[in-house]
Design a protein around this ligand. Structure first.
Ligand code: C2E
Ligand code: SIN
Ligand code: SIN
Ligand code: SIN
Ligand code: FE
Ligand code: FE
Length: 366
């Protein structure tokens, strides 16, 4: 068999294996870009995405450069977007469409290039796949065919990336709106929920936990009191001490929050529901709603418990004045091993500088 064809087949087989074993979309994109480059024997490969909003093209991945952005009507890539056709350019610098500014910026010399448009499932152009500088000779129609094959995979990956980031964006928006609804009701400010998230993050970052855990704590901590939506205003905003009866009603906000947030199909919501449920549990088992003890309390619940009380103490409430930083910090230390997980209190103690920074930089303006 012809060497060239043998090599191509080997690369295509590698492509199939990569699709099976590479699960992260970012890694998959790099994997396929490498392969596209090697399939057509090019020096570099770039994946451009079209941003309709500001009419630019930017690289989602490119060999040898961090990020390239250019106006969507410029360059061979811009022409590819406009025409929706494959472009084979034999001599870039004698082609008036070529946008040489990028070469100047990154200190590279483009000799020849090949581009193919990237389409989504609705046949709409979402970007361009480009390979630069054939190592020997020029790009051919056969190269274009091979590049189109890679382009199909890349379009598929990109579209999924775009969809998941839209879903994520929408989820976050909903989360913030829900949190804002609870704040509105409680007269707590968004600064309060922000600080609770930041204090919680300080603790979480010093634990042996993965990035997903930290992200979930940061996004979820602001929702710990979401259940206060279900508590009458007259109780929440009472300017004095609560009766036992009233306090009993307030304690239901933990379980209410849990019921609002819990979703058995969604690991993130499960995680956050446990923050709402557990943030008033105590290490010694004297908390609510379930009188859980020690490690039976979710780690995220134990973390947010410290952050929440520290912030409640340093803040003014309808029923109390703000305590000083030192008195509040000292109270957390006093409650080590009774109210709070002793290990987490030690971490909090060793992070006093970070905590003080947050305390100073996210104050209420009154
Ligand atoms: P919150 O104001 O966000 O307070 C959260 C937690 O911080 C409290 O949980 C408590 O553990 C701690 N904390 C707040 N203020 C103080 C304080 O002056 N001293 C001490 N040692 N700890 C304090 P807790 O007690 O379960 O209360 C839950 C929620 O119930 C409070 O959230 C607040 O909304 C309400 N609440 C509690 N006590 C009163 C009260 O006397 N009057 C009114 N109007 N509301 C209260
Ligand atoms: C062009 O398409 O004209 C230049 C694009 C590039 O340098 O990557
Ligand atoms: C989301 O954006 O849906 C939450 C992020 C997470 O799963 O931690
Ligand atoms: C951990 O260090 O990951 C657990 C913290 C604790 O249970 O106190
Ligand atoms: Fe609470
Ligand atoms: Fe709170």
């Amino acid at each position: 068999m012809n060497d060239n064809i043998q090599r191509t087949l080997n690369l295509l087989m590698k492509l199939g294996r990569g699709m099976l074993y590479e699960h992260s979309p970012d890694n998959l994109l790099i994997f396929i870009s490498d392969l596209a480059r090697d399939l057509v024997d090019a020096e570099r490969c770039s994946v451009f995405l079209y941003n309709e909003e500001d009419n630019t093209l930017y690289t989602r991945f490119a060999h040898g450069v961090d990020k390239i952005t250019l106006p969507a009507d410029k360059g061979i890539v811009g022409y590819t977007i406009k025409s929706g056709d494959i472009q084979i350019v034999l001599d870039a610098y004698s082609d008036s469409r070529f946008y040489s500014k990028i070469d100047d910026e990154i200190g590279f010399k483009t000799k020849n290039l090949l581009t193919v448009p990237l389409f989504n499932r609705e046949e709409k152009i979402i970007g361009v796949l480009e390979v630069i500088n054939k190592k020997v000779g020029f790009f051919t129609n056969f190269d274009a065919e091979l590049l189109l094959l890679s382009a199909n995979y890349i379009s598929f990956i990109l579209e999924n990336m775009i969809l998941s980031s839209k879903i994520r964006e929408n989820n976050l928006k909903l989360i913030y709106k829900l949190t804002a609804a609870a704040e509105f009701k409680d007269q707590e400010t968004s600064l309060h929920t922000k600080r609770v998230a930041l204090y919680s993050e300080v603790i979480a970052r010093k634990l042996n936990v993965d990035d997903v855990f930290i992200e979930r704590v940061v996004i979820g901590a602001p929702m710990h009191d979401i259940g206060k939506i279900g508590i009458p205003d007259a109780i929440l905003n009472k300017p004095s001490k609560l009766t036992d009866e009233e306090f009993k009603i307030i304690t239901t906000h933990s379980s209410i929050g849990y019921r609002i947030l819990y979703d058995k199909e969604n690991p993130f919501l499960k995680f956050v529901a446990n923050i709402a449920k557990d943030h008033h549990e105590r290490w010694d088992g004297l908390g609510y709603p379930n009188s859980l003890k020690c490690e039976d309390i979710s780690l995220q619940g134990r973390i947010v418990a410290i952050a929440d009380v520290f912030d409640a103490l340093t803040s003014k409430r309808p029923y109390k004045d703000a305590w000083s930083f030192d008195k509040s910090f000292g109270q957390i230390m006093i409650d080590k091993g009774t109210h709070f997980d002793p290990h987490l209190v030690e971490i909090f103690n060793s992070s006093m500088d970070n905590v003080l920074n947050i305390y100073n930089n996210f104050r209420e303006v009154s």
